[in-house]
Design a protein around this ligand. Sequence first.
Ligand SMILES: [Zn+2]
Ligand SMILES: [Zn+2]
Length: 329
Amino acid sequence: MSELRQDLVSGDWIILAGDRAKRPHDWKKKTKRIKAPKNTCPFEDLEKSGNAPIELFPPSDDWKLAVIPNKYPALIPRVTGASERRVGPYSTVDGVGHHELVITRDHEKNIPKMNLKDATELFRVFKHRLNVLSQDPYSNYSSLWHAWGQSAGASIYHPHYQILTLPIVPPDIRRSFEGSARYAREHKKCVHCVMLAYEKKHKKRIIYENAEAIALAPFVSKQPFEVRIFPKKHFSHFEKTSDKVLCGTVDALAFTLRKVSEKLGDPDYNFFLHTAPFRDANEYKMYHWHMEVIPKTSFLGGFEWSTGIDINTVDPDEAAKVLRSNKKR
Ligand SMILES: [Zn+2]
Ligand SMILES: [Zn+2]
């Protein structure tokens, strides 16, 4: 039986077409990842490749993490601000923003290969950069994402994490925020906290849980093996999160990425952060920051483009079972 499911926050619909699905282990990638050699990697010698760092951690020649400007930025910082203009019936805003990369010193060590201490340190750097960038009066939102592999959008093999600030609030965040605010008005509760409570009671879609965070396959998963990671305590702004919560959330993310890699045959994937915009903190109190992991197992087809409805062929109950299991496949 197929089923249409509606997202509680965004109002989006998906089609869960379980019967058409290959069995979960058929999703396992059969081809091996092609690694780029170190001698052609632009992140091995930052000086030679003209990537002057913005910050190094620790700030010495022995740095382990570096923040560098993106050489091909989508938006460019400017001190004069982002002016809005009309072009006939259309709206435009100047492309003002900061586009940075956070890179590891190590050519190989992505999050699944890091220990918890190093992975948490990486997220402390993200948090620090968001706090710095939030001071720019023309940055209103910061997007933070990672692409692992070419089909996820990475042009360079060496692990790198992107931060791009925007003068506007992106449409997905706005819809997610509006959905959260609407639910809070009607039910006097955070929609994400309500979902977490239900999922915890139900257990079917939980992948991993520690004292601070929870990883689950969303009831309305748009993509096969999509995972969401939430801090358990309701909080709106990633960059103001306590170290303890951050560490717990990173632990849940790292567990998820290790399982994705192990159970699905090291597929390409994206993960990204959804957090409240920098300004108007009070207005966004109802938001619950989280991370999303999307393994690249399928591509949008004509139906998806024509309707905005994704067809997912893996039941999230089944996805959670695969990703939390310790059995080798
Ligand atoms: Zn490298
Ligand atoms: Zn909440």
